[in-house]
Design a protein around this ligand. Structure first.
Ligand code: SF4
Length: 361
């Protein structure tokens, strides 16, 4: 049975056209959907009854079933598991920001992922399917509805399950809803799309969503090494990806975030730091924009051969970078006791049985 369009995925102008109502009513109804939990049962005085009825007839408000919400005991992360209408499972993480009362919501864009990064739990699942626009939007809508009073969703990061640039059409549509003032009203500069490196998608993101930030997962920058961690290197070598990232930076004038997942004995020695520093400096000199470098201590993923870099190795790596003129931040990756940390989202089992899973790194 055709359920009709999912109303939470529509902008006011789209809703107005679909239902044949005035834009002012559409805006108010979009606001009801996103900020008051759904369409009102009775028509409030600000909205015409005929408009509400028309919207009810025009589409549906499907939702995701919350099957688990787990608060970390180590830190104030909350990991959500949702079930889609076709019985699949997807994960979302609420991440507290440094400034109290603000959260970033880490959303998934696919169920599983085809890119198969060796250090990532989602990558071990393979791709099950793309998420629909409404399924991406709904993750934020549901998590935001449960925020403690007086707090707010400050940003969104596409760093959950899946490669967002492989589902870009829907990701762009979701970004439009996220940033629409009458819907989720998230400042686009606080939305980050993280990719393992799909050049065409990076260029399209620069054209169609230039004020959204770009994150790039590196794994390793040394020739012959990156491929072992990130098979996408075979299709799109890092040099090609960095050309696209350079074009993105020139077009948007915003600095990309480079994410470097630290793996003991694999990419955390002096040689790796040297190569990373050289790559970053070459990029900065060539493009005139300096990437922000985030080092991510790897979180254990069951069934993979990796180990997390020791704290001493991480500190030495940072010193080696600094000696070559490159600053870095260590991304605090919390929630590891509920598999909410980077690299740990994988809904192959219930959270209660999940040993150590996977987030897009
Ligand atoms: S790190 Fe990202 S792109 Fe790589 S397998 Fe995991 S979800 Fe996919």
């Amino acid at each position: 049975m055709d359920r009709g369009p999912a109303l939470q995925a529509l902008l006011p102008a789209e809703l107005a056209a679909l239902a044949g109502i005035e834009l002012v009513d559409a805006r108010r109804l979009v606001s009801c959907i996103h900020n008051r939990g759904g369409l009102p049962a009775r028509c409030p005085p600000t909205i015409r009854r005929v408009a509400l009825d028309a919207v009810r007839r025009a589409g549906e408000l499907p939702t995701l079933e919350v099957i688990e919400r787990r608060a970390s005991e180590l830190d104030p992360f909350v990991k959500y598991a949702f079930r889609t209408p076709d019985g699949r499972e997807v994960e979302t993480v609420r991440i507290p920001l440094e400034k109290p009362g603000r959260f970033s919501i880490c959303v998934s864009s696919q169920i599983g992922c085809a890119l198969g990064c060796a250090f990532c739990a989602t990558g071990q699942m393979g791709l099950q399917r793309n998420l629909e626009t409404w399924e991406i939007v709904e993750q934020l809508r549901l998590v935001r509805a449960e925020l403690p009073e007086g707090t707010r969703a400050h940003g969104v990061v596409f760093q959950g399950m899946g490669e967002p640039l492989a589902n870009l059409e829907r990701v762009l549509a979701a970004i439009r809803v996220f940033s629409e003032p009458s819907a989720q009203s998230i400042d686009r500069r606080n939305i980050t799309v993280c990719t393992a490196g799909l050049p065409a998608g990076i260029l399209r993101l620069a054209r169609e969503a230039p004020d959204v930030r770009l994150g790039l997962s590196l794994g390793d920058v040394r020739e012959g090494r990156r491929e072992g961690l990130m098979p996408i290197e075979r299709a799109h070598p890092l040099s090609e990806v960095l050309d696209a990232v350079a074009e993105h930076a020139r077009t948007t004038r915003s600095a990309p975030m480079w994410a470097y997942t630290m793996l003991a004995g694999i990419n955390d020695d002096d040689d790796a730091a040297h190569a990373l520093a050289a790559t970053l400096r070459e990029f900065t000199d060539r493009v005139g924009v300096r990437p922000r470098l985030s080092l991510i201590p790897w979180n254990r993923v069951e069934g993979t051969p990796f180990e997390r870099s020791a704290d001493e190795a991480l500190a030495a790596f940072r010193v080696a970078l600094r000696e070559r003129g490159v600053g870095s931040i260590v991304r605090y990756s919390g929630g590891s006791d509920v598999d909410a940390a980077c690299g740990q989202l994988a809904r192959s089992q219930p959270l209660s049985q999940l040993g150590r899973g996977r987030l897009h790194q």
